[in-house]
Design a protein around this ligand. Structure first.
Ligand code: ATP
Ligand code: MG
Length: 657
């Protein structure tokens, strides 16, 4: 049976403002091949652009796979590179961080801070002094940071990095249980938290939540509390201390010598989003991580000293670690961070942030873009996006419709806009468009091609490369800088999850296809593939067809067992504002999908809901949808955004059963 795929494999867009950088996909493939065949030399040449205290003895230690070590015995310090180097240069008075708090009057934020590199240097040193001299922490110790999006968060990360203290940032939207799990897993000695944080006009009582979490932890000896919201909290004698009180006592010009951390020393532990199951505590090294950030900041973001970079993620996720904190600061540019939500107090706050600070590089997510789209274009009439010269998306596959909409609205169809594929585990971007290097034409929804030196491919069940347009599993064959050291405290799980499906090859767990030009398209999670009449489809393909319909804002498609067909696709659909949910629309949606994807793609049912179960990082949790409607246990939902979304799915399903 022939299938009329809806994905725009053939469409090619050349952004006019980057015309001079454009090369053909086949030429890029040749360049990629040369770098990737000589990947050790290639990565060594990139790493040597960083400042090392002592050069490495060996580029790659591959004697104990899959526990690879990059730039072995080289000495380097992440905090020194991100802060000291700039503070001691002409960048001293340049703004490192622009921070905007949530509380606002009308459209105007009440608090904005511009922190220069010089100030950042002083603050990082004072905080490092506290960690070292007041709390006696040293290299190899672990601390947990449970903070809202306030400047203290990156400052503590940088202070810990300065001393080789392993930090574990726990997203401030997490519950006591999720926090306790992460503290216990990391064996953190110190917890840094705040009295509260602002979100959508309400105070999230972080200290109260932390107190509850600490009832179930045994490693934390001390708690430092940053004052943010001034809500009532209880302080435990001997354990808890206000950050302000300690900070006040630190000499203004405190200087803490940066530790000569080894390249292979752990920099941080970070837990994955939990989209597919129990989160994994990924451990990143120092030298390899900084190398992939340096490469991607230049190739993917084409970063220049004059740039104002805004990554809309939370620092609690890898995207925030890499592209709010370490990436931009490593390159000495200005990074924007904001507290609260993109659509509060005004639905178009995100547009105001771009205008207010003249954002030039925008890095956002499909879930954010779809939520902007849901409100319709009129909301953004007259907004000025002209400062933005380059943008990318990350987190989930971007549906072609969402791509086109944002590309038109913000990008004026003239600047690069890509969908960068990577994950907590990879440390930095792996598959992308590379406007800083050479740009292959854009295609709505594609991820572009693997970075030079990244040996990614799509393979079938036997591990052999698939033919063009044949669906398969994404893999990375060769080690790369920024890869994990391990899963914290569970090396066996590290081997099992990533290195066992195809022995000796890294398996991210994503389903993908390469088109005839060699572009990669990530089609969703490998374990969420839907088998329709013998064809294996990524959830993305059916969801994108639905989103292409003018009434649809968001969709989650899952496969459910069917006695006759084996499996049938079922869709949960969120409509755009002002659309009416009725039987007629259902019929028209089903016809639409059959038209877009082909006659095999018949949805067995469509349910209308007002929200979908998502992770706190904004990813659709299809496994939860599937569990609910197949009456299975929902599994680990500690990273679920909103319990009510699960109830809604249940209700919508029960009503029609
Ligand atoms: P868990 O591993 O706990 O299930 P998670 O995989 O959602 O959670 P992250 O590391 O935050 O945790 O996300 C990485 C995943 O996000 C990738 O494996 C991929 O499925 C998806 N992803 C990220 N960026 C893109 C993109 N540009 N296009 C398609 N998918 C993407
Ligand atoms: Mg994952």
């Amino acid at each position: 049976m022939s299938v009329n795929w809806s994905l725009p494999f053939e469409e090619k867009i050349i952004p006019s403002k980057y015309q001079s950088k454009v090369i053909s996909p086949s030429i890029y493939k040749e360049l990629h091949k040369i770098a990737t065949e000589n990947y050790k030399e290639f990565w060594a040449s990139i790493a040597s652009q960083l400042e090392w205290f002592k050069p490495w003895e060996k580029v790659l230690d591959d004697s104990n796979p899959p526990f690879y070590k990059w730039f072995v015995s080289g000495e380097i310090n992440a905090s020194y590179l991100a802060v000291d180097r700039h503070a001691k240069s002409w960048r001293k008075n340049k703004v490192a961080i622009i921070w905007e708090g949530e509380p606002a009057e009308g459209d105007k934020p009440k608090e904005v801070r511009y922190i220069t590199y010089g100030e950042l240097y002083r603050e990082v040193n004072r905080v490092a002094y506290i960690l070292k001299e007041v709390y006696g922490l040293k290299k190899g110790d672990a601390i947990s940071l449970y903070l809202p999006m306030i400047p203290e968060l990156p400052i503590f990360m940088l202070a810990a990095a300065r001393l080789g203290i392993i930090f574990s940032v726990v997203f401030s939207g997490f519950s006591a249980q999720a926090l306790a799990d992460r503290i216990n897993d990391a064996r953190a000695k110190l917890l840094v938290t705040a009295d509260g944080g602002w979100r959508r006009g309400k105070i999230v009582p972080l200290k109260d939540i932390a107190d509850k979490a600490l009832e179930n932890t045994s490693t934390v000896e001390k708690v430092l509390v940053v004052k943010r919201t001034n809500n009532n909290i209880t302080m435990k004698e001997g354990r808890d201390e206000f950050f302000d009180n300690v900070y006040k006592q630190v000499p203004l010009n405190a200087y803490v010598e940066p530790e000569r951390t080894k390249s292979e020393d752990p920099l941080f532990i970070l837990y994955t989003s939990g989209t597919t199951g129990k989160p994994k505590g990924i451990v990143h090294d120092t030298g390899g991580y900084l190398t992939i950030l340096h490469a991607t900041m230049n190739w993917v973001f084409d970063i220049k000293d004059s740039d104002i970079m805004w990554t809309t993620a939370d620092i609690g996720w890898i995207t925030g670690h890499s592209y709010i904190v370490f990436g931009p600061l490593l390159e000495g540019v200005t990074t924007v961070m904001y507290e609260g939500a993109l659509d509060y107090p005004n639905p178009d706050r995100w547009a105001s942030i771009i205008e207010r600070y003249g954002v030039t590089i925008l890095y956002t997510s499909p879930t954010a873009i779809r939520s902007f789209m849901k409100l319709g274009e009129d909301v953004y009439k007259g907004r000025d996006f002209s400062s933005v010269r380059l943008m990318h998306s990350v987190g989930e596959p971007i549906n072609p419709e969402a791509f086109r909409w944002f590309f038109r609205l913000v990008g004026k169809e003239s600047i690069p806009f890509g969908s960068t594929w990577w994950m907590t585990e990879t440390g930095g971007i792996m598959i992308s468009h590379l406007p800083g290097l050479y740009l292959i034409p854009l295609k709505p929804g594609t991820n572009g091609m693997p970075l030079p030196g990244i040996d990614a491919d799509v393979v079938n069940e036997n591990g052999n490369p698939t033919k063009p347009e044949e669906r398969g599993y994404l893999v990375i064959r060769k080690p790369w800088p920024g890869m994990p050291l391990t899963i914290w405290g569970d090396p066996d799980r590290y081997v099992k999850v990533y290195w066992s499906k195809f022995p000796g090859i890294f398996y991210p767990g994503d389903f993908a296809v390469k088109d005839s030009d060699g572009y990669f398209w990530i089609l969703g999670r490998a374990d969420e593939v839907i088998k329709v009449a013998g064809h294996r489809l990524g959830t993305y393909e059916l969801e994108s067809a639905l989103i292409h319909h003018p009434a649809v804002a968001e969709a989650a498609v899952v496969g459910v067992p069917d006695p006759l067909k084996g499996e049938v696709p079922v869709a949960f659909v969120v409509l755009k504002v002002g659309q009416k949910a009725n039987e007629e629309l259902k019929k028209s949606l089903n016809e639409w999908v059959r038209e877009q994807v082909g006659p095999i793609a018949s949805l067995s049912s469509i349910y209308f809901v007002s929200k979908l179960p998502k992770t706190r990082s904004g990813k659709i949790m299809r496994r939860v949808v599937k569990a609910v409607i197949t009456n299975q246990p929902v599994g680990d939902v500690t990273t679920l955004e909103d319990e009510a979304s699960v109830e809604e799915v249940k209700k919508a399903y029960e009503e029609l059963k």
